[in-house]
Design a binder for this molecule. Structure first.
Ligand code: HEC
Length: 140
């Protein structure tokens, strides 16, 4: 880029951010930003992005490291926020029941991760994954 064209550089970079802003879904919304989400679909993406990689560790409790427990704690924080927020997009009492159940598994995961309890962390992740599935088969 010639140094005489700062305006061109600005135009190019704002075009680039426009394009990526339009094409990339809100996949990795942190817990603090979850209350601002405007669709259930974006909320689900925010959950899946952080939870799916950790679900792969179910049953591997003998191998969990401090980094795993930190990741589990992050999932807990995110899902506590999303499960609360999801009620803004409710489909009725059954939906809210699943949201509450999901919230409970996130609380359990947070406690297990803080205690660095591998067995309880794995169990909480498995329970969480099951609630995702149960709600999808009943509400999706
Ligand atoms: C309270 C019910 C409920 C729970 C619990 C739930 N989901 Fe969903 N999920 C839905 C519904 C309803 C849709 C369809 C949303 C739509 O298309 O508007 C959906 C859609 C999705 C999608 C597709 C999103 C997209 O791009 O349109 C993903 C991914 C997803 N859920 C992941 C998860 C994960 C991971 C969990 C558990 C951590 C979970 N969900 C828990 C109800 C739920």
């Amino acid at each position: 880029m010639p140094k005489s064209s700062p305006i061109l550089a600005l135009v190019v970079s704002s075009l680039l951010s426009l394009v990526s802003g339009a094409c990339v879904p809100h996949r990795d919304v942190p817990a603090s930003e979850v209350p601002k989400l405007t669709s259930l679909s974006d909320l689900m993406d925010s959950q899946a992005t952080i939870a799916d990689p950790q679900f792969k560790k179910i049953g591997d409790e003998a191998k969990y490291t401090d980094a795993d427990y930190a990741a589990f704690a992050e999932v807990s924080r995110r899902i506590l926020a999303t499960s609360t927020k999801s009620k803004d997009f409710t489909k009725g009492p059954a939906f809210d029941g699943f949201a509450d159940k999901l919230h409970g598994t996130a609380e359990a995961l947070g406690k297990a991760a803080e205690a660095k309890d591998g067995k309880a962390s794995s169990a909480a992740l498995a329970a969480m994954k099951q609630v995702c599935k149960d709600c999808h088969s009943s509400q999706r």
